[in-house]
Design a protein around this ligand. Structure first.
Ligand SMILES: CC(C)(COP(=O)(O)OP(=O)(O)OC[C@H]1O[C@@H](n2cnc3c(N)ncnc32)[C@H](O)[C@@H]1OP(=O)(O)O)[C@@H](O)C(=O)NCCC(=O)NCCS
Length: 201
């Protein structure tokens, strides 16, 4: 992770409250993906800290999750990193209930790790993350113009791996990786911009 001080486009942004999203909301058939903001902290704090959600996420997710974990994450890390245009994060909302955050999906400029998502278990199993993942993958390739998207997945995280398969991603590496739930067999999945665009044609 970068340790340099956060700076917005104007070069003067140093507080999360000043970090204006420089990317748009996205829309899918059933979802609105809205740029994340500090006001999303209470909903994230309510939904995110569950073992079934965090076990296959990176070790930087604190566990046990502190009572102010979501607010600190947004204020001290995510919004400043978004302002540096190295991270893009959207809250996931149903079009039928746009006031309610039900998950989060992210893109980021990390080595071998460019996308993550989680969804409130009450809404899982309806194809919603598949829909959101297609929308942000379009954004990665069509708007951000990145040449390749990579995502590590714990082998045990069958739903997440299935989403990679459905998107036409290729398995390019296997090995053990440390996740929040411990050291686990892991896979690295990849798709290039040419492959993604060819699938859509
Ligand atoms: C990963 C996650 C977002 C998936 O949410 P979801 O609502 O199940 O996603 P979708 O419904 O869009 O798609 C899941 C796919 O996996 C399949 N699937 C789900 N559980 C599965 C399992 N145990 N074994 C095999 N396939 C499974 C579903 O059938 C579906 O595929 P299909 O469309 O071919 O039927 C959700 O499980 C989650 O929030 N997990 C915790 C956070 C996480 O691990 N994120 C990924 C790491 S970045």
């Amino acid at each position: 992770m970068s340790t340099s001080s956060p700076a917005g486009r104007s070069g003067r942004c140093s507080r999360a409250e000043d970090a204006v999203a420089t990317y748009p909301p996205l829309e899918t058939a059933r979802l609105i993906l809205r740029p994340i903001e500090l006001a999303d902290a209470p909903a994230m704090q309510r939904l995110f800290p569950r073992w079934e959600i965090v076990q296959y996420l990176d070790t930087w997710v604190p566990w046990p999750y502190p009572d102010d974990g979501a607010e600190r994450y947004l204020r001290d890390f995510l919004l400043p990193t978004i302002a540096k245009e190295r991270w893009w994060s959207w809250s996931i909302r149903l079009k039928t209930a746009p006031e309610q955050l039900i998950g989060v999906i992210d893109l980021f400029d990390w080595t071998d790790d460019n996308r993550a998502f989680w969804l409130d278990p009450a809404y899982q199993g309806r194809g919603l993350i598949s829909e959101a993942a297609d929308a942000v993958t379009d954004y990665w390739f069509d708007v951000l113009k990145r040449p390749v998207l990579r995502a590590p997945k714990a082998v045990a995280n069958a739903a997440s791996i299935r989403i990679s398969e459905k998107q036409g991603m290729r398995l390019i590496r296997t090995g053990d990786k440390e996740y929040r739930g411990g050291m686990m067999p892991s896979q690295l999945w990849e798709i290039t911009r040419e492959e993604w665009q060819a699938r859509k044609r």
